[in-house]
Ligand binder design. Structure first.
Ligand code: SF4
Length: 437
């Protein structure tokens, strides 16, 4: 791969764009927490003079990201003092939000769940001494630049640190200070060599920074090379674009991905209000191209930390044929403590969903352990007592049941069956003898 195939960062510089978003408009309607078709957005209030042709152009959306606090103040009421505080926060943890994602915020609600994910908070600094920069110990598992090898059969590739929206709860927040990099052609060759040499690797995950910030040409160059490695069975892409910039998931991208399947895509919806018609259409395009879509959400204080919020989110996902896969305990990342919940909150949410909705709607609640310990599922305890012969279990209604625990017994000897006349006897498995085979 040549450097010329890399994403040109200049082409996405946003703050100096000629196409800056228009100024503040009034907002009066409350946003409903309802499925896609009923969601009101501020698009026509904030961006009413932007024609659909631009609004639906993902490069326009990317170029016109809001990255400065002064810009943000045109959309969201911020006092002079708040602006000064947030400028300090943004110096350490920058701001970036697409017009699409911004249009989902109710600017009059300081507790809006989309706002809390995208707009800096002074708590990022005041609680900033808590947590660590690299809670998952990814540096220790980085074998060559951009390649993390923790589990024997899976490899994570980080091709860039650029994202469409800088999520305030991001596990890789430490990368934001590095100013936007894309792995060079030589670095990618080194990654591919590493994968080729490790025959146990059957699953390659390309994740974030967000790989869909790269051009289709650049992505194809990497994906096609991974596909040539015989022992790689599946490729997974981790991206938040279906949520924050769904216009990126266009026919051109989908037909490219369709050529290199099996490709799975993991995305990151955290709240039902993110399931917009545009997001639903993006997921549908992926599914029609043979790319299954799973969701990995993060449990976030004041955003999705109730049974009701998670149930609405997961029901909304199933309606757009996206499987709720993981619900992550928010990692212990510096600058995110204000968004973290006690582990018990996640257990209570899963308990509140189990039995009250279909199992398909219930994600696996996991903690990604520090120092590279990997993911551990955390579940409510339904086993009251457990002996060799019996389990005593409670169900979702708190009713108690006794369940006989089958013991391992020696297999019975094969039955002796009589064969046709003159042929003697023969031994057959019991099922065959009973005519069940
Ligand atoms: S898209 Fe993912 S990697 Fe990028 S800022 Fe959000 S959580 Fe972090």
């Amino acid at each position: 791969m040549h450097d010329s195939e890399q994403l040109s960062l200049d082409s996405f510089s946003n703050s100096d764009s000629e196409e800056d978003p228009p100024g503040k408009r009034s907002f009066s309607d409350d946003l409903e927490e309802e499925p896609p078709s009923k969601i009101a957005t501020t698009r026509y209030r904030f961006f009413g003079d932007i024609p659909d042709s631009l609004w639906n152009d993902w490069k326009w959306q990317f170029r016109n990201r809001i990255t400065r606090i002064e810009q943000l103040a045109q959309f969201v009421p911020l006092s002079t003092k708040e602006q000064a505080q947030l400028k300090l926060v943004a110096m350490r943890y920058p701001l970036a939000v697409t017009p699409h994602y911004l249009s989902l915020i109710n600017p009059d609600d300081p507790d809006d769940p989309i706002r809390k994910q995208a707009i800096p908070s002074s708590l990022e600094m005041t609680m900033g001494s808590m947590g660590v920069e690299d809670p998952l110990g990814e540096k220790e598992d980085t074998m060559v630049p951009g390649l993390v090898h923790r589990y024997p059969d899976r490899i994570l590739l980080v091709l860039t640190d650029i994202c469409a929206v800088l999520c305030r709860h991001c596990t890789r927040k430490r990368e934001w200070r590095n100013g936007g990099w894309v792995r060079s052609g030589a670095e990618i060759e080194t990654m591919l060599d590493y994968i080729s040499q490790h025959k146990a690797v059957r699953d390659v995950i390309i994740s974030g920074g967000d790989p869909l910030t790269l051009s289709n040409c650049h992505l194809q160059a990497v994906i096609s090379r991974i596909r040539e490695i015989k022992h790689v069975e599946i490729i997974r892409i981790g991206t938040r674009f279906p949520v924050v910039l769904p216009q990126r998931i266009d026919d051109e991208l989908c037909s490219m991905l369709a050529k290199y399947g099996p490709i799975w895509l993991n995305t990151h919806f955290n709240h039902v209000r993110e399931i917009t018609p545009e997001a639903a259409a993006a997921c549908n395009r992926l599914l029609r191209s043979g790319v299954p879509v799973n969701n990995q959400s993060v449990l976030l204080r004041g955003i999705n930390d109730t049974v009701e919020a998670q149930t609405k989110l997961c029901h909304g996902l199933l309606k757009i044929k996206v499987r709720p896969y993981y619900l992550f305990q928010c990692d212990e990342v510096q600058g995110t403590e204000h968004l973290r919940t006690p582990v018990e909150t996640g257990i209570r949410i899963i308990e509140g969903m189990r039995g009250h909705t279909s199992g398909l709607a219930i994600p696996t609640f996991v903690i990604d352990l520090p120092q590279g310990g990997g993911k551990v599922p955390i579940q409510p305890n339904y086993v009251l007592t457990h002996t060799e012969g019996e389990l005593v279990l409670r169900n979702y209604e708190e009713r108690v049941f006794h369940y006989r625990n089958p013991r391992t017994v020696a297999r019975p000897e094969p039955a002796e069956v009589l064969c046709p006349a003159g042929s003697g006897t023969s031994s057959l498995p019991q099922e065959a003898a009973a005519g069940l085979s």
